[in-house]
Design a protein around this ligand. Structure first.
Ligand code: DGT
Ligand code: CA
Ligand code: CA
Length: 574
């Protein structure tokens, strides 16, 4: 059973306990456990199999650990089954709709026998919900809107698609006089790998004019709501964009409020309510005097609370608030720390541009180096290089190094890891290269045991420096391979090998929580774009987002090193 499935059971339990009117403390414990388990970087199932203690996980107490073990080992949880039996079937489906509380859910279930969102939608459409005692047209309509919004949210959009859309909108709105500070908030600003919708914040001398211009943009397909300071629209591609404009001096509090995540905000608010401060999107209200303090920047907002500024990517209610109070938030890696790209392809294999074009583009970006890592011969479909072609290519690369100044090309390869863990090219040629990256591209359906052994065998190979896109997932398209990542990370740490964070937005592999765990285990990480053209070099920022979500500092990311230190670290005979 996957962590996400266990988390869902505990979330359901929390909902049912709320319905039952149980005490808030108990409900909170289940909600907290659900979140902790969902975000935990290791599969609990593996931990149980290895006899490890689950309540070492923060947020998981003894009782929850016991329930998790029961669920994992028997496939069901007696407590949950009994609790569900007390309520009409499917009531948790209804509670998941925003705006439907316990009372309405019970009513819909008891009086109309509704147990799913689809049934509810039908009942609204044929007027049965509006006729229910105490509900009426307006509420029914509202629920329908919430259902539609929920459905849209279910189709989460990869960040690689969403960010360019919002940047186009920002560029268009910035042409309006008096408009400033346009910044995406929400999951996009936190660099989550997919987003439900886009929350865009900004300030204006005249907010209403900016809103009018926004809904009139050519990208807008449908206007869902429009007011004097905010509007919600659907843009081409089906993405929902919510824009909020305030006056310049309130921007910090607004941005903080709508960046979330929701739990980070709730934790922050709860904490300060006890100190008689009320936090809102308008600012901080001192309860005793009723005075509202506005904040133009988020830094000032957090400082007012005696905290360090918390970067958006780690506002996930995973301990960052306590750390910020102790001044213990590290300086996370930034795009400007990156000194080069360690994963690129040229027209020698399946890339579009020449080595020289790539080198000049990298130089223009201010990089010190770039590794050219073509596919190897086994990848016929990608024109992978055999020994002879690789020798030719290395000769060309070296000639370019002699001619170009200010950028160093590293000779390299992205060599296939064959099904048995051996490499697709011999030691003789691999040992001549500056850098060898190995990757799985075939036989992806191997059992977890085989795949784990296969990748560890590659890590044990002295010719290998790095494993590229370790889990091989394609977001929304291909599941990650089955592999014991914990064992792989331990091998990487032992042999001092690098694990890649692929910045390619449909990969983002390692993903945030796995990169987090690798870093904890002391594994070296590097961010590579897997560029197949010059334009792809610009994807580095997506990898930076993942690294920041993994709490990585520059020292954790190998390609923040200047050239000489990088070569030292690769430590190969050249
Ligand atoms: P998404 O859109 O599903 O990818 O995720 P978010 O995090 O962008 O969530 P969204 O769009 O519903 O709301 C944006 C942010 O606004 C969210 O991260 C935190 C804040 N927010 C939304 N609803 C609430 C709420 O009920 N209470 C608090 N404190 N903050 C909220
Ligand atoms: Ca959002
Ligand atoms: Ca939103």
């Amino acid at each position: 059973m996957k962590n996400s499935e266990v988390a869902k059971v505990f979330q359901d339990i929390a909902d049912l306990l709320e319905l039952k009117g149980e005490n808030a403390f108990k409900i909170r414990a289940y909600q907290k456990a659900a979140r902790a388990i969902e975000h935990y970087p290791r599969e609990l199932e593996a931990m149980i199999n290895e006899g490890e203690d689950l309540h070492s996980i923060s947020g998981v107490g003894e009782a929850i650990a016991k329930k998790t073990t029961e669920l994992m080992t028997t496939g069901r949880l007696g407590y949950y089954e009994n609790l569900k039996a007390e309520f009409p079937q499917g009531i948790t489906n209804l509670l998941a709709i925003p705006g439907i509380g316990p009372k309405t859910a019970s009513k819909l279930s008891n009086e109309l026998g509704i147990s799913s969102v689809d049934e509810l939608e039908r009942a609204i459409n044929d007027g049965r919900v509006a006729q229910l005692f105490g509900l009426g047209e307006k509420t029914a309509d509202n629920i329908l809107h919430q259902i539609q919004a929920l459905r849209r949210k279910d189709q989460r959009i990869p960040i690689g698609e969403a960010l360019p859309v919002v940047e186009e909108i920002i560029a268009a709105l910035h042409t309006i006089p008096g408009v400033k500070n346009l910044t995406p908030a929400g999951s996009l600003r936190r660099f989550q790998e997919t987003v439900g919708d886009i929350d865009l914040m900004g300030t204006a001398d005249a907010p209403k004019e900016a809103i009018d211009a926004f809904v009139a943009l050519p990208q807008v397909r449908q206007v869902l709501a429009q007011g004097s300071t905010k509007a919600s629209v659907i843009v081409s591609g089906g993405l929902q964009v919510d824009l909020r404009m305030v006056e310049h001096d309130s921007f910090g509090s607004l941005l903080q409020y709508f960046t979330g995540n929701k739990q980070h905000n709730i934790s922050l608010r709860e904490k300060w309510r006890k100190q008689e401060l009320k936090l809102s999107e308008y600012g901080i209200t001192v309860v005793a005097t009723g005075k509202l303090e506005k904040y133009a920047t988020e830094e000032e907002f957090y400082h007012r609370l005696g905290m360090q500024y918390i970067p958006p990517e780690i506002r996930e209610a995973q301990g960052e608030i306590e750390k910020a109070e102790r001044g213990a938030i590290p300086k996370l890696v930034e795009l400007s720390d990156i000194k080069g790209d360690l994963h690129t392809h040229t027209e020698w294999s399946d890339g579009h541009d020449s080595i020289e074009e790539l080198a000049l583009a990298a130089q223009a970006m201010g990089y010190e180096y770039i590794a050219i890592t073509e596919h190897s011969v086994g990848r016929a479909i990608a024109h992978g290089l055999d020994v002879d072609r690789l020798r030719e290519q290395v000769a060309e690369t070296k000639a370019l190094n002699a001619r170009l100044s200010g950028i160093r090309l590293l000779t390299g390869i992205e060599v296939d890891i064959r099904a048995d863990g051996s490499l697709d090219l011999p030691h003789e040629i691999l040992s001549e290269l500056d850098m060898v990256t190995a990757a799985v591209h075939s036989a992806m359906n191997q059992s977890e045991e085989k795949m784990t052994r296969r990748v560890i065998k590659a890590l044990e190979n002295p010719d290998v420096d790095m494993i590229a896109h370790p889990t091989c997932r394609l977001i929304g398209e291909r599941e990650p391979v089955s592999m014991d990542l914990e064992a792989v990370f331990q091998a990487a740490a032992k042999y001092n090998k690098i694990m890649e964070i692929s910045a390619m937005p449909d990969r983002l592999d390692l993903k945030d929580i796995h990169a987090f765990r690798a870093r904890e285990l002391g594994v070296k990480l590097a961010i590579g774009t897997d560029a197949h053209s010059i334009a792809h070099l610009g994807l580095m920022r997506f990898g930076i987002g993942v690294a920041r979500r993994a709490w990585c500092e520059p020292q954790h990311i190998l390609n923040t090193l200047p050239l000489a230190k990088l070569l030292d670290s690769l430590n190969r005979s050249r």
